[in-house]
Design a protein around this ligand. Sequence first.
Ligand code: NAD
Ligand code: MG
Length: 405
Amino acid sequence: MRPVSTDVAVNSTKPLRKRVAVLGSTGSIGTSTLHVAECLPERLQIVGLSAHSRIDLLLEQAHQFRPRFVCLTDPKVELDPCRLPSGCELLHGPAGIIRMVQADEVDVVVTAIVGAAGLEGTWAALEAGKTVAVANKETLVLAGALVTELAARKRCKLIPVDSEHSAIFQALAGSSLAQVERIVLTGSGGPFRTKTRTELAHVTVEEALRHPTWSMGRKITIDSATLMNKALEVIEARWLFGLQADQIDVVIHPQSIIHSFVEFCDGAVLAQLSPPDMRLPIQYALTYPERLPGPAKKLSWRDLREWTFEQPDHETFPSLQLGYEVARRGGTCGAVLNAANEAAVAGFLNGEMAFLDIPRACRAVLDHHEFDPTPTLAELAACDRWARQEVRRWISRTPRTVPTR
Ligand code: NAD
Ligand code: MG
């Protein structure tokens, strides 16, 4: 990642107020971002919001923050512009997102849209030279090589929001990558950490959505239950930090207090610790390189009991291996795995496939795709479409074993 210069005004006592556009403002990361902005009004100004379909929440946010732009991305949803506060322009669809992130009024774009739908806004923001606070890991999974190359070419900062990657970013604190032996991503292990494969065959959507430590959107919560989230994070780390797959390790830490650590060549290990609360990595991405008092929960050292660590169980959770394989091979693999997983998670949430079918379908689609080591963005988009169709075909061919409970 590029070294990042300070954003604090030199020769001035008044710090700059960053103007922030939040893509996906009605989701879990989006609402946490707005909470951070609400707590730091001197430093953060919300100038753009986007939502897919939750109009009521979007309107509430628009009236609270009075942004310059509001964008609605679901073409089926209509909003009367008269309901917006004065001075707020209503935009629509992907073109609206592009117009918003490229506007002169925007300094930083928070990418909190879920899935591959987040790529377009990230790409447009980088093309316009904006700083991007990356929550949407799928963008880096599907097009990490091209996105990081564009960021470097445009001299843009890509600052991680994902808690593990923020922890690594904080622990690196500007150290040269040559001094890094490896990084270790921690993961809670999800709601099924102690289950056997036989037990996993019967889990329901409701059980899979019950995450033990984090409250998140539905897609990432299912990804956490399959450990696909950790697989996507290995790929995300590979691109964000320019590491090789074998420099990235994963350890299960059920308490979610240690958010990841860096092992340096001299044997020193630096970690970042805090309670599981996304407002801290979001705030750090927005105020970097400064640290400011904010709304995130603080560790209570007196209440801490024990921190435990386990090796991930690759047989029960085969998704993780897919992540390593894709991080190693690159090319079209990321786009295929990401799209296959999105389609499979949607299939599981709709009751069309069983929990264990998610990694099975991803494996089948990944193994059948025609690998290209250096795809263009258009070719990656074609891979994304193909992989989604393949999962649909896989679902139609596979006998149903979905729990009815
Ligand atoms: P969410 O489902 O709660 O919110 C998703 C947001 O994206 C909503 O605002 C929704 O309106 C918008 N959206 C959905 N489909 C869209 C589409 N097709 N086009 C445009 N906008 C669309 O998701 P979340 O949990 O906030 O996660 C958002 C992103 O952040 C994901 O990529 C996730 O992996 C990443 N992330 C989330 C967390 C977390 O704690 N929630 C942690 C780390 C990373
Ligand atoms: Mg994470």
